[in-house]
Ligand binder design. Structure first.
Ligand SMILES: Cc1ncc(COP(=O)(O)O)c(C=O)c1O
Length: 435
């Protein structure tokens, strides 16, 4: 029986789309390695790793085995008053991978919720310390931290996906997005703007939240490590907690295990997701330092007030343990270095094409920025004809493939990018944003 596309069209919301005017969807029936198999038998090389999560590729034997083994024991059990091996083993694994000061783990059910929990930790820490006036969060323009309400409040307030909710959101503070590029010179003006904000508002700021090195869904911008170092210094100087949202960057994507390592800094709270469970089952984690955990514990309400039904789901923890163990073997380093080298080489020619305003590469991330928003449906039709899955957003085309991608598969992706960039895929009307 084939997938009922008409029913899908009439009844199902897809991410960032309208039910009045849905964008076309492609029916996928299976996936293996870096290939998605469409219902009509066509295979597509996946350039997105399912929104940057499937770093080991699809249908991976070790990850399959982890899920199957766990399934035969129990798929779920509540985490209130109960614990289980997959959660304990995964927490131990994360503590080993992270800097040693980050050792208190909260399992959340998605990246957005991990951000909610991080913000809650920071605010509860301030309440517990009798600093209720420090109740705002400092974030960056061009930031993206998720779709739930507190997460939306720290996303870019002007150009982001959540602009229409601006009057309903908690009013946070925003620093200008850094202009110093990762691969360019350091501009002192970035430091000046940030320092001024800290000087003026530090009495009100509980925490600063930042996507280390790569501002992802807010524009795929890679910024200078000095900026991150400066954030750490200012947070220390002005008694502000630093939250690193490594949901997109964690587990090797930028060429370091965690992107904070580019700047040699350790945050007070870190958010992990996406690649955590190898793209198998939704799972995220918020990990904080003892200072934060103990600080919360000193309050009148010492419990961290969060506890979702599916917290630390055993299937998700088991597969995340298998995924992080694969990462811990270190093979990702050669894979990501090879991808980075190839992206540099093969995307260089795209720079010269008309309508291309920038090409950026870092780790297993290749970004092409055009001079106008892209017609997603049109571009995607071209990509599918060329046998690849690349999903544009705004004026951006990007590749963030599984780390296991072969040289030949990656070449097919970069060549498709080159060809599609020469097609009339942009339009001036504002596109519905969708990462
Ligand atoms: C940096 C960052 N934070 C948070 C999120 C939200 O994660 P999720 O989509 O799992 O809720 C994303 C998703 O793209 C992200 O890139």
């Amino acid at each position: 029986m084939s997938i009922d596309l008409q029913f899908d069209h009439d009844h199902i919301w897809h991410p960032y789309t309208s039910l009045k005017k849905p964008l076309p969807v492609y029916p996928v029936v299976s996936a293996k390695g870096c290939q998605l198999m469409l219902e009509n038998g066509q295979e597509l090389i996946d350039g997105t790793a399912s929104w940057w999560s499937a770093v080991h590729g699809y249908n991976h034997p070790a990850l399959n085995e982890a899920v199957t083994n766990q399934l035969s024991k129990m798929s779920h059990v509540m985490f209130g008053g109960i614990t289980h091996q997959p959660a304990v083993d995964l927490a131990k694994q994360l503590c080993q991978m992270l800097p040693c000061s980050l050792d208190k783990v909260f399992f959340a059910d998605s990246g957005s919720i991990a951000v909610e929990v991080a913000l809650k930790m920071a605010l509860q820490y301030r309440l517990s310390q009798g600093q209720s006036q420090k109740n705002r969060i400092l974030s960056l323009q061009k930031a993206y931290h998720g779709d739930t309400f507190a997460a939306m409040s720290v996303c870019d307030p002007h150009d982001g996906m959540h602009q229409i909710f601006s009057s309903q959101l908690i009013q946070q503070l925003f620093a200008p997005a850094p202009v110093s590029r990762f691969d360019g010179a350091w501009h002192e003006s970035d430091a000046q703007h940030l320092r001024e904000l800290f000087q003026q508002y530090h009495h009100e700021i509980a925490a600063m939240i930042i996507e280390p090195i790569l501002q992802g869904a807010g524009g795929m911008r890679m910024y200078h490590p000095n900026y991150l170092r400066l954030c750490r210094e200012l947070c220390d100087e002005f008694d502000v907690l630093l939250i690193a949202d490594e949901i997109a960057t964690g587990f090797g994507r930028t060429g370091k295990l965690f992107a904070c390592e580019h700047a040699g800094i350790t945050p007070d709270i870190i958010c992990l997701g996406k690649a955590l469970s190898g793209g198998y089952i939704t799972l995220a984690a918020t990990v904080c330092s003892s200072k934060v955990a103990e600080g919360i514990g000193q309050g009148k309400a010492p419990a961290l007030m969060h506890g979702p039904t599916f917290m630390a789901n055993p299937l998700a923890c088991a597969v995340a343990l298998a995924s992080t163990r694969l990462i811990a073997t270190g093979n990702w380093q050669q894979q990501v270095t090879a991808i980075e080298r190839q992206l540099h080489l093969e995307l260089a020619a795209i720079r010269e094409l008309p309508h291309v305003v920038d090409v950026r590469v870092l780790g297993a991330i290749g970004v092409v920025e055009l001079d106008a928003n892209i017609d997603v449906a049109k571009a995607q039709r071209f990509f599918v004809e060329l046998g690849v899955w690349i999903r544009p957003f705004g004026a951006l085309l990007y590749i963030m493939p599984p780390f296991v991608i072969t040289q030949a598969e990656l070449r097919t992706l970069t060549s498709a990018l080159y060809q599609v960039c020469q097609q009339p895929i942009t339009h001036q009307a504002a596109a519905l944003p969708g990462a």
